[in-house]
Design a protein around this ligand. Structure first.
Ligand code: F6P
Length: 318
């Protein structure tokens, strides 16, 4: 291969820039031209290619967001869009594409593969909801962000003796909320993977108060339900709450060292695989090693929650 391209797609995640840097510099080291595509699949359909240089990825390893920008493209979801994308890539003389993004983006890469275009994906999403990898790029930073928010809320919650509901992102997946609850010592964590009766939450608030607890912090994964409805229910049961939606704050910020290293390892591996002629794979981090895993395995519907971890969180948050 002489020319490859890289794009970031879907929701941004801290560490995407470190992955772009690793792809560009590993590619140039291996004597291929590397093109960046602006705004993901949308930019691919609009032919927005630019040649990347060693300097174009300087000073970005520590920055959140993505210098290539990102988008969610409806057009690319249609077969016509995929065919157009392949034709645009070929017209530029690009022989392989590296896609950095979450499961929707990896589905997109698989569609390109199905039309005969070689791709490698790098999992990047704060949701940590992609198969064949212990962690996705961005998860570690988001976890720290949520944890930091819990610490701050705890100060004021304790001072006032209040109950707080904090909504955590994750789409249909409760992994970020669960791990943040474990790390932040939240009293309850409501996630879509575990059916929870709100009366058990009420009982927990009460038993905590009886033991002299000064606060209750309840994390609600966005996939579980509307925190304002939960708040109304708790109010009826005699517990007024303060409600916080952390929102897109969770997607920003300086990437953690763990995310930067994961991104660097995956970026390097993606180029190595593509240039060896291996494709249709996602770089996954398991058993302390980054390897390529086939898309079909990666995209299998699965549950990311370890129920033993959930039970432990409950035991520790008594
Ligand atoms: O997939 C990342 C994520 O931040 C999810 O946690 C969230 O549900 C979604 O993206 C929000 O998407 P948007 O940025 O389009 O509002």
């Amino acid at each position: 291969m002489k020319k490859i391209a890289v794009l970031t797609s879907g929701g941004d995640a801290p560490g995407m820039n470190a992955a772009i840097r690793a792809v560009v510099r590993s590619g140039i080291y291996r004597k291929v031209k590397v093109y960046g595509i602006d705004q993901g699949y949308k930019g691919l359909l609009e032919n927005r290619f630019r040649e990347m240089t060693l300097g174009s990825v300087g000073d970005i390893i520590h920055r959140g967001g993505t210098i290539l920008r990102t988008a969610r493209s409806m057009e690319f979801m249609e077969e016509k869009g995929v065919l157009q994308a392949v034709s645009n890539l070929k017209e530029q003389g690009i022989e392989g594409l590296i896609v950095i993004g979450g499961d929707g983006s990896i589905h997109g890469a698989r569609s390109l593969e199905e039309k005969g275009f070689p791709t490698i994906s790098i999992p990047a999403t704060i949701d940590n909801d992609v198969g064949c990898t212990d962690h996705t790029i961005g998860f570690s930073t988001a976890l720290n962000t949520v944890c930091d928010a819990i610490n701050k809320v705890r100060d004021t919650a304790t001072s006032h003796g209040r109950v707080f509901l904090i909504e955590v992102m994750g789409r249909e997946c409760g992994y970020l909320a669960l791990m943040a609850g474990l790390a932040g010592g939240a009293e309850s964590v409501l996630i879509p993977e575990v059916k929870t009766d709100l009366d058990s939450v009420v009982r927990k608030i009460r038993s905590g108060m009886e033991r002299g607890k000064l606060h209750s912090i309840i994390l609600v994964a966005e996939g579980f339900g509307d925190i304002f409805e939960i708040s109304k229910y708790l109010k009826v049961k005699g517990h007024e709450t303060r409600n916080i939606v952390l929102g897109h704050i969770q997607r920003g910020g300086t990437p953690s060292a763990e995310d930067r290293n994961l991104a660097s390892l995956m970026g390097g591996k993606a180029v190595e695989l593509l240039l060896k002629g291996e494709h249709g794979l996602m770089t996954g981090f398991m058993h302390n090693q980054v390897e390529g895993y086939p898309y079909d395995e990666v995209l299998k519907k699965q549950n990311f929650i370890d129920h033993d971890v959930y039970e432990l969180m409950k035991i520790l948050s008594i």
